[in-house]
Design a protein around this ligand. Sequence first.
Ligand code: 3H9
Length: 693
Amino acid sequence: MAAKPDSVQLEVRDGIAVVTIDNPPVNALSRHVRQGICDTMREAVANAEVTGIVLACAGRTFIAGADITEFNKPLEAPGFLEMIDVLDDAPKPVVAAVHGTALGGGLETALACHFRVAVASARFGLPEVKLGLCPGAGGTQRLPRVVGPEKALEMIVGGNPIGAREALAHGLADEIVDGDLTEGAIAFARRAVAEGRPLARIRDRDEKVAPARGDSTLFDAFRKKHARRMRGFEAPEACIRTVEAAVERSFDEGMAREQEIFAELMAGGQARAQQYFFFSEREAAKIPDVPRNTETLDVRRAVVVGGGTMGGGISMCFANAGIPVSMVERDQEALDRGLATIRRNYENTAARGGFTAEQVEERLGLIDGTLDLEAAREADLVVEAVFEELGIKQETFRRLDALAPAHAVLATNTSALDVNAIAAATGRPESVIGTHFFSPANIMRLVEVVRGEKSSKETVATAMALSRRLRKVPVLVGVCHGFVGNRMLFARQREATRLILEGAPPEEVDAVLYDFGLPMGPFAMADLAGLDLGWNAATSTGSTIRERLCEAGRRGQKAGAGYYDYEPGSRTPKPSPVVARIIREFAEERQLRRRDDIGREEIFERLVYPMINEGAKILEEGVALRASDIDVVWVYGYGWPVYRGGPMFHADEIGVDRIVARMKELEASHGEEWRPAALLERVASEGGRIGGR
Ligand code: 3H9
């Protein structure tokens, strides 16, 4: 018999075999675990004393899935299906004991057992779609046979786990165990043996899928409902096809279809990008000189200074996380407006079924509006979100320094200003940090945590931990104009403007990025944000297209006109002949050469290569810790499609040498802004990659 690996142990307790998996941190199904399950299961089946078997896990969770680090390498035996078959074929009842999360291959393992019991806090899910895959160990065929195709579609295509009670209601769990899980599972196995319960093999069940057979209504409706969310992704549609196979075909034929689709997805670029992103996200949490055990401040009370769009959204984040927050405004009218907006936002969410009326009141109850900055005296953490002007921010910090308790962290939500200069306005720069939320702050997941020259490790660790508590994705960045995200955005915007002056219509420029997978292009985005951000009618000189548009009353979507026209009540951008004329006249005044042959490829290169170049400079300067952090910023902050990894990952997909060669051509025709960053040149000459993995 093959040597039994330590990661799977077998113990027989009064006739019930307990197979325990112990493979920290998340009990992933690494090769040795698959081997261990096969070996111990065979041993338990062969042991005449054993009447039933419990499959349990040590540590914080049930199996969290396949070991993703083994992907994209030849799979070593035993394969997943061999292991699944050993469980499914067992002639004695096998009970999965689930705590933590049974995810992906973990849930598929549990589905191959005859019964599943769980603690009330357990969760069940098939998140493979988030890795650009479909479940590949029978989950697509077994889950619909247990919960029906509709629920299976929701779980497999959505990828989000469900709780134990919901699993029980859908027949996915057979029992919720109070008290010791393994003991509960053993008792369940004993009862199954004593009652002679038939071994419930999911593969043999048909009653849940039969009613949908020969009728595509369910699938058509699902595709239609989720079309927007699935745009550009390959895995969701592939997942739908596997569930269709579960409904239309025999179990074995469905399995063959699943294996075929899984292999196709695994070989594709999207899965590679999404798996890269899975690890990138986790990597971003690691800061080399700020170890995990760095002390953090327990934030029990927060103050947000400013009740505008950002301040209101940030206050909502605190309330959503159950942290009482005071929102400070300068005058009653602004405060009332800010509080009313927050209430409206919550009520809209409630109306869409997001939460109940009581939850609205509960959250509003945690937000206290005030005109008095004295509220800072009670704060563990203050987030400043006042007007984006250095002098105003410095004055605010001077006052906060005098008011806030000595232990408090003082954070600024500036989107581009010098955090060091803001910190210098206080006598405690070590407690000052940037927390750059993205708009709308209550929705967008990204927070750029901007580390000032003097920010202490505790301050950095507190800002990172707090962001996670607010259910955000924090990425640590350094001080520079626009930090990581906006600095790269400025580089793209500069070139987008040049493109329209040279003759590319704004709608064509936008279409290239939309088709690539971004939610919108630079001009639709500018209209949404408002063209008059930072614009002043009194000092406007019409020296940029943007100023000209503002002067013509075209201040963006809110004004019904910006780079595009908007019909009353509509957010759909319509190409504008007026804007086309303004651009043409502006270009003529400046005697710019206009062309009508700017193609999609050129537009793409001219929008994306400057971003990559700026990203390379950001890395050279140490403003980001790693290329993958830049990608996390772009996916969570700007909607870069996760199936394309991020701009730096994409640079490697294109080939850095190719990018550098093209940039040199553009440098010759368009000037030195196109000169490749030294890091890009070096990577190109070494034939290397700029991304992490
Ligand atoms: C699959 O199952 C395919 C099958 O259908 C069939 C194939 C044929 N593998 O997230 P955390 C690491 S696809 C390897 O910070 P948490 C992670 O990188 C898989 N490593 O903890 C991190 O490492 P480090 C389907 C993994 O408590 C550490 O564990 N399953 C895996 O916040 C801690 O992770 C999934 O997609 C893995 N599968 O959350 C589930 N999972 O400390 C993926 C984690 O060095 N995992 N690591 O940075 C998760 O969603 C979360 O990790 C989990 C715990 C909820 C489990």
